[in-house]
Every structure is written in structure tokens, then in C-alpha cells.
Design a protein around this ligand. Structure first.
Ligand code: IPT
Length: 953
């Protein structure tokens, strides 16, 4: 061994010196000592810049900096310790496996600790690292323990013989880059450091070693069978079931099964001579039967999400409270499944999934996506030299997590092509744990997997798969289908979720999917709000592709999550409001409806006039019932009437309190009465002004100037929106990307040509042509103003001219108000909606402020539209629409929004800009998937729409 040994860094082997992997558990009685906290830290630019003398006893590290463990050094030290790098799939270093750059940031970590007074003198001890990125070499009291790779996997070392009561010196050298980096090319920030717990575990004589809880459920007999295999013999007790058996012995008793919907856990204990370990046992059987994934005899439907571990300040060093918040948010939004993309999470997260109920696809820490750039040549997963490392990773995941009932699938990894190494992993996993299924998306022939899994398949292909018309290998044709990633939630969106869900529910073979992804990986930044790729001056980066979650970096739900919640609600409520009956369908796989209380309410013009309880039978899964609504309340007024029926939690649960809304529907009863204005007033012109009813116009241009006392910047046709990430689409998408086409055709720079200002008997008519420079396409646009003396009506008629080959971003008018803050409206709300992300938009009376109408997408883009608006009041005006319209208001223009890169670039101007849209283009999810479906395109077609303005005080 050389004095400055660094050969292990580029060695393809998983490492040396660590103990074999085993189950992760917290002991009831064996002592442990957390070594989390402040550590001494020294950063070097290369792997060999410093020798290993720092690991020796008596080394003086007084002048070193310090970092918090768990943590990533690049997120500490205010820039003094380097910076994060974001790439999607490109390796940020030359691809020459297993070699890594000479410039290899290396963090030496040092911690001196004493054993607690009550630390037993006898017995052994184990030092556990739960996660270190990407390669570590460890010394205790001057003795080298070994080195390891596999960032998001645990590694343990036997250290008992080295410990002493006081002054133990633990030294850890961490290299940012290693051969392991080639296996960790996940789409995320590269964040070196000791980012999970470091713990010293006492191992008494006769302690529990590894153990494997097998707890199956027979849905025919209602019995569960428990057998705990244990490395060290002992007894297994489960008091609630009267179980007291030896390890290895199996026992069958009547039990309540575990499912994500009803996560029944039994507390038990494994006791060996030297230790007691608590068990949380969930009885459930997962298998493939009749081409379906079945749990406890029933086919399940995944309503899932891909979760990366993320915190805007701590990166992947998450606290328990954050993990719990994630699970609670998921449960409260009707999600039932999570794929731990793309590595095993902190083990405590899986405890929460067991306890609160989520199906889990536990994914191995493996991705070699960057090899796609060289047609997968030299891909480590197809090179036998790397197979030991792959098997080590598979074993570290399976052994660590095998006792979690929530885990139903093992996933080999993500985006790693195909190869013998993956096959070896699948074979080993199948052999070690035949009671779970194996997932891997990259294997379209399903050689190694138990499910046909794809990502971002378009709706039409998904339908074809659902109907079994997709062909494929014989094996694939017999397998169920899931989308392990779909509906890319980058920026505004995803659109098209409801259309996917409809397919998943229609075809048995389709067992649901996992939206990409849970959270925006924005990094809190002093000047930029949240930083994304490129904000740290990276040489290569993928911009805000890292901000594609259903929740914002601060964990506030984005409209995409609210939409998803509605789309996957476990109770369908439908019917005909006029005939007063609702059909309630239980869409749970296991639960009946006894946990829910139903409520009806009756609205007239969005105002609730009466509400009450609705009695719905405790339907079994799959059952439905027709339920009679009460007599419609007498309200003595004409107006648009509707029922709203809601399903609420009947009592507090561990994940939400009583009255939490689970599902809802609205059933129209009577139609809306459209606004009408008699065109009785006659426009009169003076030298500078035209007057009509409450309004004045510029005499030369016909531009509206005031409505009563309210000054306005004249409304005119607007077709532009700040393109969303989904409008722009991903660069590799070869088919139509509308955001780009819109710019090509100049829809962001339309010219307005004035053709005529005509004063008629009862109308002021302004004729224009709205068109982009350089192109023959245009929109002939006529504004027709009428009034009954009090109210002012604008009718806009639009006729496309030329050959329009692109849809419009939006079609409506935009005007400016000098002052506006509070907003009230009757229409869809409370949040934003777009044509294909409109399910959660609830018709009612809503109020907000202009600032609160904005949705804070990390990269600014079109947002905040409210759908189906009948009327809105703001800035002293009331505006009614015929037909209903989309309403948006902001303190900056769409052009400003378009130019902004971060939210901090958006500064209020001297106007509030209001868009009243007749149409909006769909959203889709083309940032990594299909664009909007044809029915959501806003095609350039003749259109006519009106708004009635009046002053309110
Ligand atoms: C897919 C990846 O699996 C995921 O990690 C993420 O990068 C996602 O895309 C996009 O955000 S791979 C994609 C090229 C299909």
C-alpha cells in the first residue's frame, strides 16, 4: 500500500473491509451512539493532495473548518467548499470508465468522541454509515477499517476491538468522484458528503444479527403465516396474535392483512440471548397471477409518484420530520404508491410507508444513463468486471429493506441500458426474496422483470398496451403494465393526467403509474430564490429540468398535485343534478367506505344556500350505489344552481384529521343565465373622445380609456403566454414543440394594425388586423362596443387569415389597470387550471389578491389562470363573460414573465395586467412526454366572445 493510496477510488470493486449487508433495525436494548453533529473538515482539490496522517491519533485538526454530518459539503461553508453540479444524464467528467478526473474534491472528516458512561465494557461494536457520496475510506483510532462505494446504501464495520472509553478518533476521507460515480448517474445534483447518519452500535454477546421476516396472507382463509429467519436463534413473539415461536418456525393464525389502504401492523419482538429487537409485522402476499400484480388476492392500481430525497437547504440529508411531511402530503393527496427514484431512501422513510400505508417500489442505487451518448458502449452493467459491484448494491438494498411490508417491488435501478449485470442482479434478488416482484424499466423484453414497465409512453400507446395489441416478447405479453414514470410535472402541469387515469381504470392490464416527480430540487439561494442547473456556473448543466415536482422546493403543493389528487380520488361521485340522484362508486382496492362521511350542499350562483349530510352505504371495494339527494332547497331566486357532493374523513386518521376532503363532485341543476346588455346607448364623438355609456375612448384609435372612474390601458387582442416548460418541450423531442413554433411564427410580437373606427347607431366598432412581422398569417379582429347607459359590452370577433399551422397559446384580451389588489370571482377555483389540468377546478365564489393568484414556478412561466369564470371583480370593475372565460391577473406583463429566469426577476410594474381569455392551449407534459392531446389544442379558428364591464364601488 502506498503512502498516498488512491487506487481504490478507481477500482470497480465495491470496496473492502465492510461487514456483509443485513437488515436495518433499531434495537430495543442494545446501546447506540449517534455520531451525527459537527465534524472537523478539510477540503482538498485532488484525491492524493494530502496524506493519511490526519487519521493518526494525536493529529491536530484545530485549524480545520467544520461541517455538519449528515450533510453535503458543497451546501455548507457559503461557497467555500465548492458548489453543486446539476446534470440530467451527462457525466460531468470525461467518460473513460473506471477513471475519474484528477480534480477530485476530497473531504477529510474528523470526529473525536467518547463512549457514554454506560457503554458496556463487554461485547462488540459496529460502525454504520447510512450514506456517503461517492466513496469513503475510514479509520478508527489510526487503524484503517476499509473503503466503500455505493452512496445511498449502508456500510458497516466491526470496530469493537478498537474502541476505548475516551478520545476515539474517527477519520473519514470522502471523494466526490470514484468508479462508483459511473453507477450513479441519476438525474439530480451531484452532492458529495456524508449525507446520512453515522452511528456506533453496541453488539452484545448473543445479539441479533441479520433476520428476515416472512409474513404472508392467505385471502381465502383469512390467515397469516409468520416465519422469522434469523442468523442468531431466538424467539419471536406477537402478543396481539398470541404468537410465541422459535425463529425459523412458522405459525399460521387469523390476522388482518396489511395494505397501503389499511396498513395494519402487528407489534412483535425478536429476542435472542443478547438483544431484543422490535418488529412491525404486516401480513401480505404479493404475486403475479393471471397476468396481474396481486396483493392479498386482489389486483392493485398504483396511484404513485417518484420520490427523490430533497430538501432545499440540506439536499439529500433529510430529517425525519421532512420524511414524515412527504408521506403525510402523499396520503392527503390520495397517492397510494411511491417509487424511490433512483436509490433506496433513508430507511426511516420506509418505516413511515409501513405505518401510514404506501406501496413501495424500492429502487437500487444504479444508473448509467450517460452511456447512451456512446450507444451504450462500455456500459458497466454489461461488463463482468462491474458485476460484483452491481450485486453488492442489490444485496445492500434487499438486505437492508427486506422487512418492510410496504416494499412490494425491488427495482434494479434506472436508465442503465441492458446487460448481463442486470440479469445477475435480478437472478440474485429473485433467489433471495421470491416473495416480491422485480422491476426494471430499461428491459422492454422483460427478460429480467415481473412487470412490463415504461416511462412517458403516450396515451395512444398506453391504450394499445392496455388492449394487449403492443406485441413484444412472449413473456412481455403475459405481464401487467405500469408506467414507472409519466406526466412530467415540470413547471406548469402536467396536463393530460385525467386522460391517463381513464385508461388505467379502463384496462385491467394497466396497473397505474408513478408521476415524475415528487419535489422540485431547487436549492435555496440568497439572490435567486431557488437555484437550478447553471446557477452555480457549472460547465455542463440541464437548467431547470431538476425542478419538475408536484411540490415546490418549500413543499407547498403545486397545482399539479391538487389536480393529481382529484384525478385519482378513491371515490367516484357522478350523476345528474336535475334528477337528484348521485351514483357513488368505491374505487379503493381494499377499503370499504366506512371511513368516509358524505355531505351535500346546494349552490345558487356559487353561494351555498343549504348543506347537509348524505347517507351512503359502506360500499365494498368496486361496489356502487345510487343515492337520492334531498329535495332541492327553495331559494327564491333565479340563478345557476348545482349540487356539490363531498366525501370527507369521518374521523381523525394518522395522516389527516376528521373532515379532510377525499373526493368531490359537482352536478349542475340549472343553467347559467348569460349577461345581456341592451344596445340602447349611442356613441358620441368629440374632438378627442368618443363616449358610450359609462366609457370613454380615444377618438382617433377607438382605444378604451375609462370605464366610469376607472382608468384602463386599452384592452386588445392577446395570443401570447410565457411558454411553459411543457410548451417548450424537451430538446430531444423531435415532434412538434409549440413553444418553439410560437416564437418562430412571432406570436410573441404581434402587430396591431388599425383599419377603421366606426361610430354606428348603437355601437362603436373598431376593426383591426393582428399579425406577426414576416408572416402572412394574421387575425382579423373586430371590437364591437355597446352599452345600455350603465354597463359596457365588448364583443370580440376573430377571423384567422392565412395558413395557420400552429395552435394559439391563448386567445383573449389583455388590458391594464392602474390599481387592483383584492379579487373576487365566480368560477373555477381556488387554484389555477388549464384545459387539460382542470379536474380540480371547483365552481364557486372565490376571493384572492393579485399576488396570491400567482403560482410560484421556480422558473417563471405562464401560470395562475382561473377557469370557467362567470364574473370577476377587481380594481373597481366587474366583468361578466359570455361565454365563461379564463381569468389571469399579474403585476407584470407576459413578456416580463417570459424573460424572467427566477422569481426574483419579477418586479411589480405600475399596472396590473388582466387577461380575459376565450381559450387557452392545453399544457401536456412534453418537457418529457406527450404534448397536449388533440382535443386540448387551441386551434386558430373563427371565434366570437363578449365581456360586460361595469363599475363597482
Ligand atoms: C427519465 C429519468 O428516469 C428520470 O430520472 C428523469 O430524468 C426524467 O426522465 C426526466 O425528468 S429519463 C428520460 C430521458 C426519459
Amino acid at each position: 500500500m502506498s503512502f498516498r493510496n488512491t487506487t481504490y477510488v478507481e477500482d470497480v470493486s465495491p470496496g473492502s473491509g465492510a461487514l456483509p449487508p443485513r437488515a436495518w433495525y433499531a434495537s430495543s436494548d442494545a446501546k447506540s451512539l449517534s455520531l451525527n453533529g459537527s465534524w472537523r473538515f478539510r477540503l482538498s482539490p485532488t484525491a492524493d493532495a494530502e496524506d493519511d496522517s490526519f487519521a493518526a491519533e494525536g493529529y491536530d485538526a484545530e485549524d480545520w473548518a467544520s461541517v455538519t454530518v449528515p450533510g453535503h459539503w458543497v451546501l455548507q461553508g457559503h461557497g467555500a467548499f465548492g458548489a453543486p453540479i446539476y446534470t440530467n444524464h451527462l457525466y460531468p467528467f470525461p467518460v473513460d470508465p473506471p477513471y475519474v478526473p484528477t480534480d477530485n474534491p476530497t473531504g477529510d472528516h474528523l470526529r473525536v468522541f467518547d463512549l457514554p458512561e454506560d457503554w458496556p465494557g463487554a461485547g462488540d461494536a459496529v460502525l454504520r454509515f447510512d450514506g456517503v457520496e461517492s466513496c469513503a475510506r475510514v479509520w478508527l483510532n489510526g487503524t484503517e477499517l476499509g473503503e466503500f462505494k455505493g452512496s445511498r446504501l449502508p456500510h458497516e464495520f466491526a470496530v469493537g476491538r478498537l474502541l476505548r472509553p475516551g478520545g476515539n478518533v474517527l477519520a473519514v476521507r470522502v471523494h466526490q468522484w470514484s468508479a462508483g460515480s459511473y453507477l450513479e448517474d441519476q438525474d439530480q445534483w451531484w452532492l458529495p458528503g456524508i449525507f446520512r447518519d453515522v452511528t456506533l452500535l453496541h453488539r452484545p454477546a448473543g445479539a441479533v444479527g441479520d433476520f428476515f421476516v416472512h409474513a404472508s396472507y392467505d385471502h381465502v382463509t383469512g390467515e397469516g403465516t409468520l416465519r422469522v429467519e434469523s442468523e442468531v436463534e431466538g424467539r419471536v413473539t406477537v402478543p396481539a396474535l398470541g404468537i410465541d415461536v422459535a425463529t425459523g418456525e412458522s405459525v399460521t393464525v387469523p390476522v388482518e392483512p396489511w395494505s397501503a389502504e389499511i396498513p395494519r401492523l402487528y407489534d412483535g419482538e425478536l429476542a435472542t440471548l443478547g438483544e431484543r429487537v422490535p418488529l412491525r409485522i404486516g401480513f401480505r402476499t404479493v404475486l403475479l397471477e393471471d397476468g396481474l400484480i396481486k396483493v392479498n388476492g386482489k389486483a392493485i392500481l398504483f396511484k404513485g409518484v417518484n420520490r427523490h430525497e430533497w430538501h432545499p437547504e440540506k439536499g439529500r440529508a433529510l430529517g425525519l420530520a421532512t420524511m414524515r411531511e412527504d408521506v403525510l402530503l402523499m396520503k392527503r393527496h390520495n397517492l397510494n404508491a411511491v417509487r424511490t427514484s433512483h436509490y433506496p431512501p433513508h430507511p426511516a422513510f420506509l418505516d413511515l410507508c409501513d405505518e401510514l400505508g404506501l406501496w413501495v417500489i424500492d429502487e437500487c442505487d444504479l444508473e448509467t444513463h450517460g452511456f447512451t451518448e456512446q450507444d451504450w458502449r462500455d456500459n458497466p452493467v454489461d461488463d463482468d468486471r462491474w458485476t460484483p459491484a452491481l450485486l453488492d448494491r442489490a444485496a445492500r438494498m434487499v438486505e437492508r429493506d427486506k422487512n418492510h411490508p410496504s416494499v412490494v417491488f425491488w427495482s434494479l435501478g434506472n436508465e442503465a441500458g441492458t446487460g448481463r449485470g442486470l440479469t445477475a442482479m435480478a437472478e440474485w434478488i429473485h433467489g433471495r426474496d421470491p416473495d416480491r416482484l422485480v422491476h426494471y424499466e430499461g428491459d422492454w423484453d422483460c427478460r429480467n422483470t415481473d412487470v412490463y414497465s415504461r416511462m412517458y409512453a403516450f396515451h395512444d400507446e398506453v391504450e394499445k398496451i392496455g388492449r394487449g395489441l403492443d406485441g413484444g416478447t412472449h413473456k412481455r405479453r403475459e405481464l401487467p403494465f405500469i408506467q414507472c414514470e409519466y406526466a412530467h410535472a415540470m413547471g406548469n402541469g402536467p396536463g393530460g393526467l385525467a386522460d391517463y387515469q381513464e385508461l388505467f381504470e379502463r384496462y385491467d392490464r394497466l396497473q397505474g403509474g408513478f408521476v415524475w416527480e415528487w419535489i422540485d430540487h431547487g436549492i435555496k439561494h440568497p439572490d435567486l430564490g431557488y437555484a437550478y442547473g447553471g446557477d452555480f456556473g457549472e460547465e455542463l448543466h440541464d437548467g431547470n429540468f431538476v425542478c419538475d415536482g408536484l411540490i415546490f422546493p418549500d413543499r407547498r403543493p403545486s397545482p399539479g398535485l391538487v389536480e393529481y389528487k382529484k384525478v385519482i380520488e378513491p371515490v367516484r361521485i357522478e350523476g345528474d343534478g336535475a334528477d337528484g340522484t348521485v351514483r357513488v362508486v368505491n374505487k379503493y382496492d381494499f377499503a370499504d367506505l366506512s371511513a368516509l362521511a358524505f355531505e351535500w350542499s346546494y349552490q345558487v350562483d356559487g353561494e351555498t344556500v343549504e348543506a347537509g349530510a348524505l347517507s351512503v352505504p359502506a360500499l365494498a371495494p368496486g361496489e356502487s350505489a345510487d343515492v337520492k339527494l334531498p329535495e332541492p332547497p327553495a331559494h327564491g331566486r333565479d340563478g345557476e344552481a348545482q349540487w356539490t357532493v363531498r366525501a370527507l374523513l369521518a374521523a381523525d386518521t394518522v395522516w389527516a384529521s376528521k373532515d379532510h376532503e377525499v373526493a368531490w363532485a359537482q352536478l349542475p341543476v340549472t343553467e347559467r343565465i348569460k349577461p345581456s346588455v341592451a344596445a340602447s346607448d349611442r356613441p358620441t364623438a368629440s374632438e378627442r373622445l368618443i363616449c358610450l355609456g359609462p366609457a370613454s375612448f380615444d377618438a382617433r384609435t377607438g382605444a378604451l380609456k375609462t370605464i366610469g372612474g376607472v382608468e384602463v390601458t386599452a384592452p386588445r387582442l392577446d395570443v401570447w403566454r410565457a411558454p411553459t416548460d411543457n410548451d417548450d418541450g424537451a430538446e430531444w423531442q423531435s415532434d412538434t414543440r409549440y413553444g418553439l413554433l410560437w416564437r418562430k411564427f412571432g406570436l410573441h410580437r404581434m402587430h396591431h394594425r388599425l383599419d377603421a373606427v366606426e361610430l354606428g347607431e348603437s355601437a362603436l366598432t373598431v376593426r383591426t388586423r393582428v399579425a406577426p412581422a414576416a408572416w402572412e398569417i394574421g387575425l382579423s379582429t373586430v371590437y364591437r362596443w355597446t352599452s345600455d347607459g350603465n354597463r359596457l359590452k365588448l364583443t370580440v370577433s376573430v377571423t384567422p387569415e392565412g395558413d395557420w399551422t400552429v395552435p394559439l397559446p391563448r386567445l383573449g384580451i389583455r388590458f391594464g389597470l392602474a390599481e387592483a389588489d383584492a379579487v373576487r370571482w365566480f368560477g373555477g377555483g381556488p387554484g389555477e387550471a388549464y384545459p387539460d389540468s382542470q379536474s380540480a377546478s371547483m365552481l364557486g365564489r372565490w376571493h384572492s389578491t393579485v399576488d396570491e393568484l400567482q403560482t410560484p414556478y421556480v422558473r417563471p412561466q405562464e401560470n395562475g389562470a382561473r377557469a370557467d369564470v362567470r364574473w370577476v371583480e377587481l380594481g373597481g370593475l366587474r366583468i361578466e363573460g359570455d361565454p365563461e372565460f379564463w381569468f389571469t391577473a399579474r403585476r407584470w406583463t407576459s413578456e416580463h414573465l417570459d424573460a424572467a429566469r427566477h422569481l426574483t426577476d419579477l418586479t411589480p410594474g405600475d399596472r396590473v395586467w388582466v387577461n380575459l381569455d376565450h381559450g387557452q392551449h392545453g399544457i401536456g407534459s412534453q418537457s418529457c412526454g406527450p404534448g397536449p392531446l388533440p382535443q386540448y389544442l387551441l386551434r386558430a379558428e373563427p371565434a366570437e366572445f363578449s365581456f360586460v364591464f361595469s363599475e363597482v364601488r
